[in-house]
Write a protein that binds this ligand. Structure first.
Ligand SMILES: [Zn+2]
Length: 426
């Protein structure tokens, strides 16, 4: 391993240049570095990436879901592939690192393997997943959903504001929507999925660590709650005789914050969307509808917090003579990194730079891949904890450390599980 680790050390200059060039394919009419999926800038970026993959000697293809894939065949064709992936689309007004470091980092690993003549047992596939961020079709992680079979017919018929349906958008950028179901990868067909990503939060920076070994991706429970009081004249109704839905909401909102804080780092809860009615300066608010979410790696804990919150919200409402109505909007289950993979990643990160374990509070393509394969993720710091904005920044040396840790993890996994599988097949 000691000898191999030097071989796969990324070329910092090349990595830096790749990130700078790929991020420069952006819509000049939009703020920051905007590369929305299915646009000309997105396609130009992918064209550039395709050329880099060819240059690196990879077998380049586009799958049914329009995922761009560079393949480096392994020594043992009987083994399932190891995938390294992420995305090259951005949110509007996004930054230079979200997504692309995972794709460019994977490419750099494949290049270093080629250049140093290190052959893996497993085939390695570097994947640029189609449209990871929320798209104009109202769907995110489109490519990774397509790969694992969770892109439904209903989703394929969703239209963007111009009336283009997702099926046609996928076909326009080189996908084959009619082959989607036949190309779906099933459990066992991917040995391991790895992703390098910016943290998009402040924890690594605050704790002074360079690398994060991701323990899992939080599940999200989302609810819509309506608080109903009575509209009345803001001038003539005494303070003691009001049923003000907004002040009731204020108390409920603070209750959520207090309850969630009492659990330390184990979960987060947010009310991020609020509608006040009638929203007039001279009328006491009659209705407040808000959306609340709880994110945690532990679904039971999320349930527990939800129950405490709702119980308290009903108490507040009753005291203020308000009515409360709650509905569940969505519920996604957490994804866990299995103990062996986590240990392997943490170990290899530690060989490169100071590391800590932490959960991912944001969703990724890894959420989808986890349906068919074990996953592992490495985070690098986001300066100021910021992302999805032009200020998004990670030092290139930190990106390189992440790429190196990913490469070492890949080599070790390949060594351990490549051998095991050979013995099994014999
Ligand atoms: Zn991302």
């Amino acid at each position: 391993m000691a000898g191999q680790s030097d071989n796969v050390k990324p070329n910092l200059q090349r990595l830096t240049s790749d990130i700078e060039v790929l991020s420069s394919f952006s819509d000049p009419s939009k703020p920051g570095w905007t590369r929305r999926p299915f646009t000309a800038w997105y396609e130009s970026g992918r064209q550039w990436l395709t050329e880099r993959m060819h240059e690196a000697g990879l077998e380049v293809s586009v799958d049914a879901a329009a995922n761009l894939i560079g393949r480096l065949p392994g020594l043992n064709p009987a083994l399932p592939s190891i995938l390294i992936g992420s995305h090259t689309d951005t949110v509007q007004g996004g930054g230079r690192f979200d997504g692309i470091i995972g794709v460019v980092g994977g490419l750099e690993i494949a290049r270093r393997l080629k250049e140093s003549g290190v052959r893996l047992q497993h085939t390695l596939e570097i994947v640029d997943f189609t449209a990871e961020e929320p798209s104009e079709f109202g769907i995110s992680t489109i490519g990774s959903r397509g790969m694992v079979g969770t892109l439904t017919e209903e989703m394929m018929h969703k239209q963007d504001p111009n009336g283009l349906c997702l099926r046609d958008a996928i076909d326009r950028i080189g996908g084959r929507s009619s082959d989607l179901m036949t190309e779906v990868r099933k459990p066992g067909e991917v040995a391991l999925y790895l992703e390098l990503h910016i943290e998009q939060g402040p924890v690594l920076v605050e704790t002074g660590r360079t690398l994060g070994a991701v323990t899992g991706i939080v599940g999200i429970h989302r609810y819509r709650i309506r608080v109903t009081g009575q509209p009345n004249h803001a001038g003539t109704t005494p303070m003691s005789m009001r049923q003000d839905a907004l002040t009731g909401f204020g108390e409920i909102c603070l209750a959520l914050e207090r309850i969630c804080r009492s659990y330390g780092d184990r979960l987060v809860g947010t009310i991020g969307r609020v509608f006040n009615e009638p929203n007039a300066s001279n009328v006491i608010p009659s209705d407040v509808t808000f959306e609340m979410e709880i994110r945690s790696l532990d679904p039971l804990l999320s349930e527990q917090v939800h129950t405490s919150f709702v119980t308290e919200a009903y108490e507040i409402a009753a005291r203020r003579q308000l009515a409360l109505k709650e509905e569940l909007l969505s519920r996604s289950e957490p994804v866990h990194v299995n103990a062996n993979v986590l240990e392997l990643i943490e170990h290899n990160c530690a060989l490169v730079a100071p590391v800590m374990k932490l959960p991912s509070g944001a969703g990724h393509d890894a959420n989808q891949l986890a349906r068919i394969a074990p996953i592992g993720m490495i985070f690098v710091p986001s300066r100021g904890g910021r992302s999805h904005c032009p200020e998004e920044w990670t030092d290139y040396e930190q990106v390189a450390a992440g790429v190196e840790a990913l490469a070492l993890s890949l080599l070790q996994y390949d060594q351990i599980y490549g051998d095991v599988k050979i013995h099994v097949s014999e």
